[in-house]
Design a protein around this ligand. Structure first.
Ligand SMILES: Cc1cc2nc3c(=O)[nH]c(=O)nc-3n(C[C@H](O)[C@H](O)[C@H](O)COP(=O)(O)OP(=O)(O)OC[C@H]3O[C@@H](n4cnc5c(N)ncnc54)[C@H](O)[C@@H]3O)c2cc1C
Length: 371
């Protein structure tokens, strides 16, 4: 039986980021991944590396997100140096557009709260009225009232990021096993054995990075991971000349020139199709924001499923029943990819999650702990 230092279940952005982080520190790693039938948020997302909007009332989440965003440039450069694959990461700052005074007021309150809660870490932001925003994004339409801006926001190509993570994992001696759905885990403290894809794998460390699959897998190693799907729908247009100098929460221009329009959220179970109503709502808002979009052709739409905890926060935990088994899951796997590769992987090696991640423990789902 091949022996590894760590088995990672899940070959999406989360599992592969942790696997890459382990492999580049010299650990022998194998990634077991389900086949093409799996739900794969990593292949259907919007590509923001986004900080504003994260962590109202939970400064730990704001700090963790900022830490990842601050590390993204180095993370992206390391992937480029090692694989020649550019993630397309840019951090020009980003804006959340408001189309009414009511939206703008709400935004103002949220940004003030983030600023107050940031304490020593500080939280730089500006609220821009129409005229000031137009200097940054001349394409906005007359119905745009204003926006919030932070310098921490950016975007990347999630598919190239995933590809680069896979390539560099292999380069560091890691193994990727596709069509290897995990149905059972034989667990003992610091000893895990799995039969999958027609082979057996054993390791003292196990990381559940299987997105929506973590709920069932967690139960096998004493971890309560109550994630559920939340559908998002995305529109992509034909390519146009560079027109948007920075991403907005709902609309961004990719490095290839296409415009992506997204940010819908629906409880639709495991249905990842698109619906005409949502596509219409997204398109209408997009045209109000940037009227030039009225004349641009849509080339593709799709739906994909977010991996969502009940409170929307990441879930980071080590099993007390089976030490050595960790779960790593979140609904912002592009944004947090750098933190997972650089920091979370080290915590797995150390065998201890640090106090700053305590807020993301599964204890918060324990009714007895909350009582
Ligand atoms: C519409 C949409 C827009 C989004 N936009 C953004 C954004 O702008 N910025 C951002 O940061 N995040 C965004 N996200 C979230 C981001 O895509 C996810 O957080 C991230 O992709 C989750 O990655 P993952 O690896 O946990 O899950 P997945 O990508 O779902 O991968 C899970 C993997 O686990 C495997 N698996 C599952 N069960 C098993 C099993 N039993 N055995 C073996 N393998 C298994 C599957 O095959 C799959 O490959 C968005 C998501 C959606 C849906």
């Amino acid at each position: 039986m091949p022996d590894f230092d760590a088995i990672i279940i899940g070959g999406g952005l989360v599992g592969t980021a942790v696997a890459y982080g382990l492999a580049r520190r010299g650990k022998k790693v194998v990634v077991l991944d389900e086949g093409d039938i799996a739900h794969r948020a990593s292949r259907g997302n919007f590509g923001l590396v986004w900080v504003q909007s994260k962590g109202f009332g939970i400064p730990e989440y704001q700090r963790w997100t900022r830490r990842s965003s601050d590390s993204w440039a180095d993370f992206s450069k390391a992937l480029l140096d090692e694989t020649g694959i550019a993630t397309g990461h840019e951090r020009p700052g980003g804006v959340t557009i408001c189309l009414s005074e009511e939206e703008f007021d709400k935004r103002r309150r949220l940004m003030e709260q983030l600023h107050l809660e940031a304490g020593e870490t500080k939280f730089d932001y500006s609220l821009l009225r129409h005229a000031a925003l137009k200097r940054l994004l001349p394409a906005i339409g007359p119905e745009v009232v204003g926006a919030s801006y932070t310098p921490y926001d950016g975007h990347a190509n999630p598919l190239y990021t995933l590809r680069a993570l896979h390539a560099t994992l292999l380069k560091h001696g890691g193994r990727y096993v596709p069509d290897a759905r995990v149905e059972r885990i034989s667990a003992a403290p610091n000893s895990f054995t799995i039969a999958a894809g027609g082979e057996m794998f054993a390791a003292p460390r196990l990381v559940l990075g299987a997105g929506l699959g973590n709920k069932a897998l967690g139960a096998m190693v004493g971890l309560n991971v109550p994630v559920r799907p939340v559908r998002g729908q995305i529109i992509v247009t034909e390519r146009v000349s560079p027109v948007l100098s920075m991403p907005t929460l709902m609309i961004r221009q990719t490095m290839e020139g296409t415009i992506m329009i997204g940010e819908s959220r629906e409880e639709a179970g495991f249905d990842d199709t698109t619906s005409p109503e949502i596509i219409r709502t997204l398109s209408e808002r997009a045209v109000k924001t940037f009227p030039f979009l009225r004349n641009i052709r849509i080339v593709r739409t799709w739906g994909a499923l977010r991996v969502m905890a009940p409170d929307g926060l990441p879930i980071y935990e080590q099993s007390t029943e089976f030490p050595g088994a960790f779960v790593c899951t979140c609904h912002s796997g592009v944004t947090l990819a750098a933190a997972h590769a650089i920091h979370y992987a080290q915590y797995v090696i150390d065998g201890v999650l640090p106090p700053e991640l305590a807020r993301f423990s599964t204890n918060r789902f324990d009714v007895r702990a909350a009582a």
